[in-house]
Design a protein around this ligand. Structure first.
Ligand SMILES: NC(=O)c1ccc[n+]([C@@H]2O[C@H](COP(=O)([O-])OP(=O)(O)OC[C@H]3O[C@@H](n4cnc5c(N)ncnc54)[C@H](OP(=O)(O)O)[C@@H]3O)[C@@H](O)[C@H]2O)c1
Length: 250
């Protein structure tokens, strides 16, 4: 349980991958972390793993495709902590074949797949952020981190020869472009407040999504950008698109 002076963070999709490592990294900094997961068993198991390391975390039921969960999360945070210092919108799906060499699917993608990906990666993220925003305003210096991807960069997609030029996964990529746009818009809406909103590209990371055999980056390194943006100082950016120390082209 958080102490009164302790910062409180919510990480969505925290039961594995980059979300789990982000939760671990934030908790290791003394932050109380609510670990969102859609599956209670997987979420509880992940929280138990971190608790066994002496970290201050707890599991919270949160399915990003089910907005009925959002008011429960909001009510729990409001009644237990009265504020939310950090929101890491980490949960995401890529249901297109994760063979990164597959052909461009823009002309053939089923609408169902496109809509399902937008539901989790974009609409859920926007709705959860909106519902939690009053609690983030109550924190001294709120931080919102939106997990994007370099695959959301329109500049790089339009540039022949760029490292992502041939990775045209319409559903995943366009949800991340939309997340980038939301980041810029929300940062603008909050520009006269202490709250900072940024988009993170974690790198190409050895998770279930990134591909454990093909991705070059360890998961601990993949969590660094999220942790850095979640704990930015007053002089840090807002409305930026960041990978480690680099700013990416939109
Ligand atoms: N790995 C990479 O190379 C890479 C690169 C760029 C960006 N990213 C982004 O980084 C974030 C984390 O990715 P990852 O690589 O850690 O992926 P991952 O290992 O597949 O983990 C994704 C997490 O999101 C959760 N999730 C999926 N749908 C959900 C839903 N409806 N409600 C709640 N949670 C849900 C998963 O829960 P379940 O276990 O229940 O499925 C899991 O905890 C994603 O937003 C991804 O797009 C990853």
């Amino acid at each position: 349980m958080a102490t009164t002076a302790q910062l409180v963070a919510l990480v969505t999709g925290a039961n594995k991958g980059i979300g789990l490592e982000t939760a671990r990294g934030l908790a290791q900094k003394g932050i109380h972390v609510l670990m969102g997961a859609r599956d209670a068993q997987r979420g509880q198991a992940a929280a138990d793993e971190l608790k066994a390391q002496g970290l201050s975390v707890e599991f919270i039921q949160l399915d990003m495709a089910n907005s009925a969960d959002f008011p429960h999360v909001q009510e729990y945070i409001a009644s237990t902590f009265g504020k939310l210092d950090i929101l890491v919108n980490n949960a995401g799906i890529m249901t297109e074949v994760t063979d990164f060499g597959q052909p461009n699917n823009a002309a053939t993608i089923p609408m169902k797949l496109l809509r399902e990906t937008f539901d989790v990666n974009f609409f859920g993220l926007v709705e959860l952020t909106q519902i939690l925003l009053p609690l983030i305003h109550k924190a001294e210096a709120g931080r919102i981190v939106n997990l994007s991807s370099i695959l959301g960069s329109l500049t790089l997609h339009a540039q022949p020869g760029s490292p992502i030029y041939n990775t045209k996964l319409l559903a995943y990529n366009t949800t991340k472009t939309a997340v980038n746009s939301f980041t810029i818009h929300l940062a603008h809406a909050l520009k006269d407040t202490p709250i900072k909103v940024n988009a993170a590209h974690p790198g190409w990371v050895k998770t279930d999504m990134g591909g454990k055999d093909i991705a070059p980056m360890e998961i601990t390194d993949g969590a660094l950008t999220s942790i850095q943006l979640a704990t930015l100082g007053e002089d840090g950016p807002s409305g930026a698109y960041i990978h480690l120390q680099d700013t990416l082209p939109w």
